[in-house]
Write a protein that binds this ligand. Structure first.
Ligand code: ZN
Length: 80
């Protein structure tokens, strides 16, 4: 993908919106787990794969209604 040159603002909570065109081009679906890191004073965001909605683990995932939950968090929820 070519550099798009989108301008976004960081809100008071530190959030930004990734433009829909960029999300579609990079296949950043709702609930996608993204990895953020800095490199040469630049923020890099890349898809990490699927991860648990609660603890961000990527092990033993179960999907339910477009969300992922790991076995450990599922067990904790079931215990309540
Ligand atoms: Zn979890």
């Amino acid at each position: 993908m070519k550099a798009a040159g989108y301008l976004v603002r960081v809100d008071e909570l530190g959030r930004i919106v990734i433009p829909v065109r960029v999300r579609r081009a990079l296949d950043f679906d709702k609930g996608a787990c993204l990895e953020l890191f800095t490199e040469d004073n630049t923020l890099v965001i890349r898809k990490y794969g699927s991860c648990c909605t609660f603890c961000h683990s990527d092990e033993e995932l179960t999907e339910h209604m477009d969300k992922f939950i790991c076995a450990s968090c599922l067990q904790k929820l079931m215990a309540k």
